[in-house]
Ligand binder design. Sequence first.
Ligand code: NDP
Length: 801
Amino acid sequence: MSIKEIFETLDYGPAPEATDVASDWLERHGRRFGHFIGGRFVKPAGGETFATYHPGDARELAQVAQGDERDVAKAVKAARAAQGAWQELGGHERARYLYAVARHVQKHARLLAVLEALDNGKPIRETRDLDVPLVARHFYHHAGWAQLLESEFPAYTAVGVCAQIIPWNFPLLMLAWKVAPALAAGNTVVLKPAEFTPLTALLFAELAAEVGLPAGVFNVVTGDGRTGAALVDAEGIDKVAFTGSTEVGRSIRKATAGRGLKLSLELGGKSPFIVFDDADIDSAVEGVVDAIWFNQGQVCCAGSRLLVQESVAARLEAKLIARMESLREGPPLDKGIDIGAIIAPVQLSKIERLVAQGREEGARCYQPSWSAPKDGWYYPPTLFTDVSPAATIAQEEIFGPVIVSMTFRTPAEAVELANDTRYGLAASVWTENVNLALDIAPRLKAGVVWVNCTNQFDAAAGFGGYRESGFGREGGREGMFEYLKPRYEGGLTRYAATDLADPAAAADITAGLDEATAPLGIDRTPKLYIGGKQKRPDGNYAYPVVSATGVRVGDAPLGNRKDVRDAVEAAVKGTAWTKATAHGRAQVLYYVAENLSARAPEFEARVRSLTGVTRRAAAREVSKSVERLFSAAAYADKYDGSVHPTPMRNVTLAMNEPFDVLAIVCPDEAPLLAFVSLVAPALAMGNRVVAVPSARWPLLATDLYQVFDTSDVPGGAINIVTGVRDELAQVLARHDAVEAMWYLGSAAGSAMVERESAGNLKATWVNSGKQRDWYDDAQASGPELLRRATRVKNVWVPYGE
Ligand code: NDP
């Protein structure tokens, strides 16, 4: 045999990882598990169990408990009972526990890696080298946040009991992403792992108990989607953190609406992988392998849409097709395997169905010549070319080893194609031109952008979505906020029933609108303010504005859904404001403040005539509003991002970006100050705002547009629609072009906004019918509002030769 022949016939021998450590552990439990509640395994209330399998050969691994409401209630009770003491331990003591957990994970790394590969079907190479080390890293990192909690987050406190629901694609890693920050912040947890992959969560619970984690701090209830739904519905939880499909995320958004719960959603994606013609094509090919064939493509941030500059598309595709041929797919426990098994037959059928549809829709399909193993649930790596951007396979999350390729000519077209999706989780940009990469990254609607790399994760960098990929971040400082709440929130109270500012009372006023409305006069009746212009309301009606003492002070335009839509459209188009420099935005806000200050007596008179407060109180409201404008202007170029120290040779930039369109519905009290306190920081961060001012006393906001008009505020940056608060709020909550919404009104209105925002999963902030003190800077100014006015994008830029 010639040397050439030997090279050509060389094959890998099998290199199986021994599974005895995991088998021993399973046997020790009789291959039968209960829930882990209050520090020990307990039998399910209903006595029902189900099987979990090894996808590599479809063999049953163990029987696991099917949880119901009774199990969930028991776990929540245990978590509640443990929470106070866990929090009172203080940051340092909790840090010691988290550190011990990290150490213990490392000690049992092999058992965890083998068990994870068995339960999930992913290659042992990945569980060993990525999942488990990252799990340990998360606990180390968050041991640090626990230690620093009091000094780094002095104004914040734990949320309470966290319900956490995780998917099957990274069972242990998703556990770590959720559990580590929750525990660091002083919360306790009830976790529901996915039906297909419950085992490592149960092992983790046992390991955590071994290091002495107090009983009830971490609880696991296993089961299917019904158990997840029961956990979301459970009484006594304070927060839901979910990772999984957008569809279930949407149902959780609705199920939690109006319950005063904190919510973070990390959902699906259809992430672009953009290759420019000057990219290192061989590196890009390896990047694609990592982007879509890592974890069998069952990755929420998988680079599943390959966008290639036309001039290099043929070359890249040819190399990719050749590379597919050399990938090795087979038993997950074989150390030489690149691609393991698909989680379950149902997922395999979904992939097969979508691939068949891609073929039917006319795309060209490439698969390697070798065939995938038959005795488990396998699917070969697949590439589609000649795909139309509107094709199902280009739009739907396949969640399998399937990538679709499209071409573009210019950077602008690349950005357009990349953003042509309802999702926004991640993106990858390949070019040797750093200027181009850093120009493209901010234009991509995605929570994470990897430059010349892909699928990089670290505990120090936030991960999470834009748009229908959800909201909230996991990892980094930004991730800690998901498990904390401002201390002042505990002191907020509901509006008193007799309070004129009570939004329910305002609803009463507008309930009589039918008789009270009148055609809009041609006199000084204010108008709506849309796209930088005063605009008559679509219905041409006005409603009476009545002072606190019952005197009709004037009329306000009665905006309707058409007006809201016009205002949103103007905001969508008002990109000049977002593109302006932070310095430029600050100048405009200072100018607004200066002009408001110049007209202070007029505004004071208006405050008095509407709200009936004393002269002194009115002067205070106006001067505090001027101060808030100054504060927002000051922050415009100071509320900046950071560079996260991730362990790779990477500069990881955490950038605070605005939402494109932010809707703000204002309360009735302090009608000028509340409006300014909310709108100014939103504008400072570069959002384009659609604001609904106080429904009862809107005239201060309509007076204010004259100030905007004379202060160089560009058209579309701020749009004002007056009218019935909750009617307008509902249109805004349902509008797909509104990406975030703040609502400060009644409890019922807050619930409505949370429920109705499920359509495009906008990030919402509501007051649940609680009144805040607009004069208190902690409640109405500063970083807390700026944080809500922004979303963090992490851009990973590697360095080195
Ligand atoms: P799901 O979103 O259904 O599962 C995620 C988690 O939520 C699981 O623990 C699941 O339980 C639980 N769950 C299911 N229904 C409910 C409910 N009504 N209320 C509360 N929790 C619930 O994803 P699937 O596993 O069903 O996968 C479906 C599709 O979702 C996949 O084909 C894939 O496309 C996508 N997906 C996306 C992920 C991502 O990170 N982007 C992750 C996983 C899936 P159980 O598993 O026991 O049913």
